[in-house]
Design a protein around this ligand. Structure first.
Ligand SMILES: [Zn+2]
Length: 247
């Protein structure tokens, strides 16, 4: 199966320089091409705001986001954040996610949410929680006189539990900052968060990785109320002045 991934940063570059040939979207069907064009528009507005918030927050070493699309039609709708070998933040959207969004506000909200995970240092915090979980369960198995295979398995389970222990909180934090970034980039976060309505609701599972959709929408609503209050009173919109920040 043909699988290709391209960098939208490169697409933006070629659009500016008209060098052509660096990559081609001509093989895509026109509908996909139109959605990609919308996504590029969204990136042009959201990325600079995310970069500014990232530098202001001061936690990440690298705020130069690289945004890419996985066009494999077999990949389910998904967007995620990772780091490349040089610690550059990479945001990947699957084409199927881009296709399932209904407007640019939804695309902007998902992009703002993913950049927020990086700005708030969630990958590093999750890795720390995983290591702590691995140590605790590994030590328990060791004290229990378990063999090396069982200890290794205990460490693995501990790491999984540790990694999940705060993931719902991180999702809500990313929704909070994502609302601010999407708003500052000129999008409507309330319209954008309507995307949750079409996701299967994970419910309130113990150690589930995602909070219930209702909790996510509540954070977006509350953040928008705080943004409007800040705007009305002439205050700057920052994480520090908003209720529920940090967390
Ligand atoms: Zn997330």
């Amino acid at each position: 199966m043909m699988r290709w991934m391209f960098l939208l940063a490169a697409l933006l570059l070629t659009a500016a320089c008209d060098t052509g040939g660096l990559l081609s979207t001509s093989e895509m069907d026109p509908h996909d091409q139109a959605r990609i064009n919308s996504f590029v528009e969204v990136i042009q507005k959201v990325e600079p705001v995310a970069e500014t918030e990232c530098v202001a927050f001061g936690l990440a070493h690298n705020c130069n986001f690289q945004i890419q699309v996985d066009t494999n039609p077999e990949e389910p709708p998904n967007a995620f954040q990772s780091l490349d070998r040089k610690d550059r933040p990479v945001i990947t959207f699957t084409m199927t996610l881009i296709e399932t969004t209904q407007n640019n506000d939804e695309l902007a909200f998902v992009l703002a949410h993913e950049t927020s995970h990086h700005i708030l240092g969630h990958l590093a915090r999750q890795a720390k929680n995983a290591e702590a979980g691995a140590q605790i369960l590994g030590q328990m198995a060791t004290l229990d006189g378990a063999n090396p295979v069982t200890i290794a398995r205990a460490r693995q389970i501990g790491a999984e539990l540790g990694a999940r222990s705060f993931s719902k909180e991180y999702e809500l934090e990313a929704d909070h900052l994502g609302t601010i970034i999407a708003y500052e980039a000129g999008f409507d976060p309330l319209k954008g968060a309507a995307y949750f309505d079409r996701l299967p609701d994970p419910g309130d599972q113990f150690l589930g990785s995602h909070p219930p959709n209702a909790a996510r929408k509540k954070i977006v609503l509350q953040t928008m109320r705080d943004i409007r209050a800040a705007v009305a009173s002439g205050q700057p919109i920052t994480l520090g002045t908003l209720a529920g920040a940090g967390g």
